[in-house]
Design a protein around this ligand. Structure first.
Ligand code: GDP
Ligand code: ZN
Length: 363
């Protein structure tokens, strides 16, 4: 988020306010989503208010704002809540497959600069890490991995060994940090990844230590730890709120509690980045459309045979690409069945409603 962005938005806010009499239109950011209405912070005054979606914004589909969204809010006298009239184009978005739907995307956060993937050092789940990396790379933001609870590792050599393994998986351009709540100073490296004016989104299964990390970054208990119970569905959603937390001497961190499923969604670019070694080898396969399933002249299989790529890693790659392809087919099928409805939406049929930008560029 650059300063000039803020200036532009402030100027736009002023323009919009002019043609109103008692009503005001402001630009704000969604800073918290919980069981209530979205909490929006106005960019010019810093004032926070609860807002509802304009019916026009949601009636065509399931559109809802996410944490980090920049929104145009109408504040009218005699109305205690603001009305979200429009959503500005998202700079970045974190998208997964909606766990409750057959082929629907779910945006979880918007407008961040860095995705931090948290995994417990002593219990790294490589399959999950691969998926998290795919989702993270797909956003186009920077990516980092934080290995938590280092105090639970056997010894320092175990820590280094696991760190190296994760580094290999993530790629050399991804910072892999090791932290422990027992040693608060370990969090300083994480802080330095989130300088002032930047926003990081923190992802990871519940219980991996995300809240503890945020508390360390902030220097006090802003997040309740150990509150989301894994494996028992009861009461989970009541504890889940997503918000943007300011970090002293740093930027902002968005917490994504209770995110269990990491289904990939239209993530070809993310898969390409997370499995760059495989895609690089694939450029040397004899057939352009090689499925690496035993065709002659397959450079990927050759790399596996030579031990440069592990069989497990290839299996993950193949199953993730199949997953994305299947979803795409399902989505196309759903679109065909809806027929004209989908094309109407693509044509931007929105009546006289004024849109600042189109937020749903890919859906
Ligand atoms: P979240 O669900 O990802 O937000 O995880 P929490 O921060 O709530 O942590 C889950 C549990 O792990 C809590 O009981 C924490 O006290 C514990 N925990 C978090 N960080 C550490 C750590 O560095 N070392 C140890 N031993 N336990 C930790
Ligand atoms: Zn091949």
């Amino acid at each position: 988020m650059g300063l000039s962005d803020l200036d532009q938005e402030a100027a736009r806010t002023a323009d919009l306010a002019e043609d109103a009499s008692s009503d005001q239109v402001r630009i704000g950011q969604v800073v918290k989503l919980d069981r209530g209405f979205p909490l929006v912070r106005c960019l010019d005054t810093g004032e926070q208010l609860r807002c509802e979606h304009a019916t026009d914004l949601v009636k065509e589909g399931r559109f809802r704002v996410v944490v980090g969204d920049r929104v145009e809010v109408l504040i009218s006298q005699g109305h205690d809540k603001g009305i979200i009239q429009d959503v500005l184009e998202r700079r970045t978005e974190l998208v997964r497959k909606d766990p409750a739907e057959r082929a629907v995307a779910q945006v979880m956060a918007a407008n961040f600069d860095l995705v931090i993937i948290a995994q417990p050092l002593a219990e790294v789940n490589i399959r999950r890490l691969e998926r998290e990396l795919v989702l993270a790379f797909e956003t186009g933001a920077k990516v980092a991995v934080v290995l938590t609870k280092a105090d639970l590792a056997q010894d320092e050599s175990a820590v280094q060994q696991i760190r190296r393994q994760v580094q290999d998986r993530a790629g050399q351009q991804v910072p892999v940090l090791v932290i422990s709540a027992q040693q608060p100073e370990t969090v300083e490296e994480v802080r330095s990844l989130i300088p002032q004016g930047t926003v990081a989104v923190l992802v990871g299964k519940s219980g991996v230590g995300k809240s503890s990390l945020i508390n360390l970054l902030v220097g006090r208990e802003v997040q309740e730890t150990g509150s989301v119970r894994e494996g028992d569905g009861k009461g989970r959603h009541t504890t889940v709120s997503r918000e943007i937390v300011p970090i002293p001497q740093g930027g902002f961190v968005m917490d994504m509690p209770g995110v269990r499923g990491v289904g990939v969604w239209e993530a070809e670019a993310g898969i390409g980045a997370a499995f760059a070694d495989i895609e690089e080898a694939a450029t040397r396969c004899k057939f352009r459309d090689c499925k690496h399933a035993g065709e002659p002249g397959c450079a990927v299989r050759a790399a596996v045979a030579e031990g440069q790529i592990s069989q497990e890693r290839l299996d993950s790659y193949l199953s993730l690409t199949t997953e994305v392809k299947t979803l795409r087919e399902r989505k196309e099928e759903a679109r065909r069945m809806q027929g004209t409805k989908a094309s109407d939406e693509r044509a931007g049929k929105r009546g006289g409603h004024k849109r600042v930008h189109k937020a749903r560029k890919r859906r």
